[in-house]
Design a protein around this ligand. Sequence first.
Ligand code: TRP
Length: 336
Amino acid sequence: MTKTKVLTGITTTGTPHLGNYLGAIKPAIEESWRDDIQSYYFLADYHSLIKGRDPKRIHQSSLEIAATWLALGLDTDRVTFYRQSDVPEIMELNWIIGCMTAKGLMNRAHAYKAAVQDNVENEQNDPDFGITMGLFSYPVLMAADILMFGAKKVPVGQDQVQHLEMARDIAKRMNHHYKTKFVLPEAIVDENTSVLNGLDGRKMSKSYDNTIPMFVPEKKLLKLIRKIKTNSLEPGEPKDPSTCTLFQIFSAFATEEEALAKKAQYEAGAGWGDLKNELFEYLNEKLKEPRERYNELLQDPAFIEAELRKGAEKARAEAAPFLRHIRQAVGIKGFV
Ligand code: TRP
């Protein structure tokens, strides 16, 4: 059977939260069990330097993200699970394809345009004020991540769709000029699972500081759930689950039956305090076991390191010969 290659990267800034879990980690792990799919999941640690300059945080975030995926049952024998920086061939490909990427294409990248827009709005003289080459050329590195392994499908959030178009564009230019055979990748955006609300009712995101981290201790989990914003309806008054963050989080984890039963409780006027306590009990039950594994893993970084090294070895076994081939195609090769 020819397997479809699925690849995705996780930028190593921050601690994984419930939104990351439902939107990316859970579907990725489930997909990795399919026999018709070959998965590549990696820690995009070089990407993280675009967003953060605190070495300790970047390092800690890599550890936490790796531990999270392992705690949730990722099978590293089935999947190629690696750290971007352990595969130096990616950076070499990044340069080669960067030389085939129009600057004008990068000028149109959303993240860059948003940063310029901020400067203009803040009446900065220089529209490029504070913008690094890392931010500007980020889509090229992302294209290198993807094109290196011939990934066909790339599960990402809506904000990354443009980067996939750019990766296709770069691949086409390479193929046209050098007669290479880069696979043209496609973005996969799951409309159903992608967005979970955070404590304040907006999308759960590190940038809004409204997240519920996956593996916070029990007491902290309860505290965070109690902080979730609700309206001021009293116990006894019927409530609308469809606009309620508590319900949204509950139903993201629950079966359809459980969600229906919960909906009935809302309509019967359950109080917010009870609904919050129940959400805590429910989530805590689901998170208990992986949380224990996660904490054990954090105590054993050597194990995590060995897993990532194993992944890098598998990744490089593909990346090295592929890069050799690309270098030849562009005329970078020995004389004999
Ligand atoms: N830019 C992606 C994000 O912020 C992370 C990422 C880096 C990625 N390289 C990738 C995702 C390659 C998919 C494929 O979400």
